[in-house]
Ligand binder design. Sequence first.
Ligand SMILES: Nc1ncnc2c1ncn2[C@@H]1O[C@H](COP(=O)(O)OP(=O)(O)OP(=O)(O)O)[C@@H](O)[C@H]1O
Length: 272
Amino acid sequence: MILLEIDEVTKTFPAKTGGWLGRNDFHLALDRVSLRIGERECVALVGESGSGKSTLGHLILGLERPDSGAVRFMGQEWHRMTPRERQPFRRWMHAVFQNSSAALNPRMKAGDIVLEPLYNYEKAGKAALRERAGELLETVGLDPASADRYPHQFSGGQQQRLAIARAIAVRPKLIVLDEATSSLDAITQFEILALLKELQRSLNMSYLFITHDIKAACVFADRLLVMHEGRIVDEAFADLAENLSHPASLKLLDAMLITHPSQRARLLDRRD
Ligand SMILES: Nc1ncnc2c1ncn2[C@@H]1O[C@H](COP(=O)(O)OP(=O)(O)OP(=O)(O)O)[C@@H](O)[C@H]1O
């Protein structure tokens, strides 16, 4: 079943084109973008900086509205709905961003941070909530006893785990992972991706994995979509990434293939 459907979405932002008249112009951040994400599917949206990935993520999360086109989530006309109308469906969609230290309230304890989304949807006593916070922390590989610690007392990788615990607290159907592992070192990134994969299976979730890192996308996602200048220009199943053919995809693959000489040779063959 289709969980999320983006249909011919266009989004422009005002852009100063310079010149002494300071003429206002528009920058086309998304140009008739369409995509679908099914239940339990992990789709990676890959592209270089400025290609429009985060703008698309923001439209899905309802942080921006499209100029035209439609965003449908769980069959709802998401792009037309007010924040109030979205509220009952909000629990089914969460996000994890790159910089969790900025997203986690520094004055809140870890236990309260992970429980925050629950307060809107479930009523429970203090003891039950504390138990739930411990369970959530444990699920993401953190010590349940760390519920009383503040975000700055966690490492970068642990802060991402905290953000993931908060995102899964109300058992969402879709998580938008916007460069969620990009600021981590390679080993921590691998560990967090492994955790996300395990959670995806156990909680039957779908992911939109937004990244500039095609290598991480190939390892993590079921399907890759490549963005370039506001359009989706290429698509492949992750294990068939070598079928990507758009120059923007080849450029991203090129960066990755430095560590994969055999694939690099295949890629270069294809270009001749
Ligand atoms: N709020 C905004 N106001 C003006 N321009 C914007 C705004 N948000 C994005 N843009 C522009 O839209 C284009 C796409 O930006 P976006 O952040 O979606 O790209 P991205 O692929 O996510 O890049 P990055 O990986 O660097 O975040 C860029 O040219 C950017 O400058």
